[in-house]
Design a protein. Sequence first.
Length: 278
Amino acid sequence: MPARLLFVVLFAAPGAGGPGTQPISAPPARTVTVIATDDVGAPLERAFPSAIYARAAAADAQLHWEDARLLYRQAADDWTTSARPSRARENAIAKAEHEASASQTLAGYDRVGPPSLDRLPVEARRAFLRRRALELGRILRAKLTATRAALGRTPPELYARARAQLEEARDDASQVPDADDAETELLLCATYAVGGDTAAARLARARVPSAARADPANALARGACAAALGETDAALAALESFVLRPLIPRAEATLRDVYLANDWDHLRGDPRFESLFR
């Protein structure tokens, strides 16, 4: 199971527990349930607890994209009318709207299904399928981190789908001449790490040559991998490379979307991180 959600049931009984254990007091014959959740840092959306947003994330976790889209819109509307204007509120609203858009995109992928490519030459077909798999994998991985942030656990079904999609993109790359799979491997690193498979995450990153890791085009994926592994300095260095040394001019909306990503929830509040997005 990739989800790091632990349920521990303790029964109070005389003399229970072994050497070195720390008992938890409870009335006789009563059950105490201890639930441990993932440490998800400081997600923007948690600044204003919302039952509606939590329901939206739960719908995403079950791959019910259209239900999630509607609920995210409701959460954004609710924050707009119920919370005092502030930067934190604006971030939460932007996050809800961003997730609604991503859920809508995923619903569209499911609704349309795989395209018919019979008339394309073999190489063109393989290249198209690889690009499609990678794009869908990017969105699913982002959804995975977003739902984990909201729910405090890694949803197994969503984890499996994001992982499978990125693995498909990696496998497709082997069929495309001169295809660069560095981004895919780095995103797989981030995905495996979120799922608790640190060994697989480090192996995926190790498959990326040093030159490809240093490529500015892979800065965001490199940062997501490092952040998921808890490597704060490496994650910040990658983000600085992306923000401060862009390959091409970027719209403010692009940096806004990067800031909203849940990959950086453990970096929020760090002056080095916050200064990049002011």
